[in-house]
Design a protein around this ligand. Sequence first.
Ligand SMILES: NC(=O)C1=CN([C@@H]2O[C@H](COP(=O)(O)OP(=O)(O)OC[C@H]3O[C@@H](n4cnc5c(N)ncnc54)[C@H](OP(=O)(O)O)[C@@H]3O)[C@@H](O)[C@H]2O)C=CC1
Ligand SMILES: Nc1nc2c(c(=O)[nH]1)N=C([C@H](O)[C@@H](O)CO)CN2
Length: 236
Amino acid sequence: MSQSPILITGGGQRLGRYCAERLHDDGHPVIITYRRERPAIEALRKRGITALYADFSSEASILEFIARLKSHTHALRAIIHNASHWQHDEGGACGEDFALMFQVHMQAPYLINLHARALLMACPEPMRDIIHITDYSAAHGSQRHMAYAATKAGLENLTLSMAGRFAPDIKVNAIAPAGIMLNAGDGDDYLAHLNSKSALPAVPGPMVIWQGVRYLLDSAFVTGITLPVDGGRHVK
Ligand SMILES: NC(=O)C1=CN([C@@H]2O[C@H](COP(=O)(O)OP(=O)(O)OC[C@H]3O[C@@H](n4cnc5c(N)ncnc54)[C@H](OP(=O)(O)O)[C@@H]3O)[C@@H](O)[C@H]2O)C=CC1
Ligand SMILES: Nc1nc2c(c(=O)[nH]1)N=C([C@H](O)[C@@H](O)CO)CN2
């Protein structure tokens, strides 16, 4: 059983919440970050999961979160960067949206990994992990989500740099999902559109991401990879 907590950002809903709950079920102490207080956050607290407020929209707010994290724990078993702002490019170039996605997808993982490295090194367990949740579009582009895909590509590149810099003490890997969960308002047409893009047509839900997280946490000989969890889009 893990004694040092696992931090997962954006753990208040959807994929992050599902993985936070499974990690807790597996006996890991879990810390999630959230921005908006709501019943789901209280429900996680009632399960024994720690919820820390974090807004990754500026360097100052990222550093403020890191300071609170360090006052909350002296060690971490793993950091899972799941938080994300998903914004399309429609309506013309919007620099503010690009800047926000840079902050959330690149600057927050960069600063948290560098500043929290000592917390991972203080973990007495044999393995320590950083996992970046990126996106299929990081390696393939997206005509409707160009800024989103570009900032996820930056996170994917950070995986390579930090895997080399943090080895052998800390493993650094990424998971690149595609079409995992629908959003409110997604209709049958969009579901059919998603299924048409995959060799394995399905919108599987968060279990498949949890399986990837568990694999990476348990694998002592894997670092610097991006694990595609996308239904085989690249072979379609
Ligand atoms: N869902 C899917 O099918 C796919 C998902 N992915 C990736 O998987 C991960 C999880 O996806 P999903 O669960 O749908 O994600 P969500 O869109 O539900 O976002 C996850 C969390 O990110 C947090 N967040 C957003 N902006 C900020 C910010 N500025 N500061 C701090 N936290 C922020 C939110 O916290 P709060 O709610 O507390 O405000 C939110 O709960 C993401 O990285 C996503 O890009 C990739 C491909 C497919
Ligand atoms: N932060 C988010 N990123 C992404 C989401 C999401 O809901 N939040 N969704 C996708 C999927 O491609 C979705 O459109 C189909 O499941 C991509 N990234």
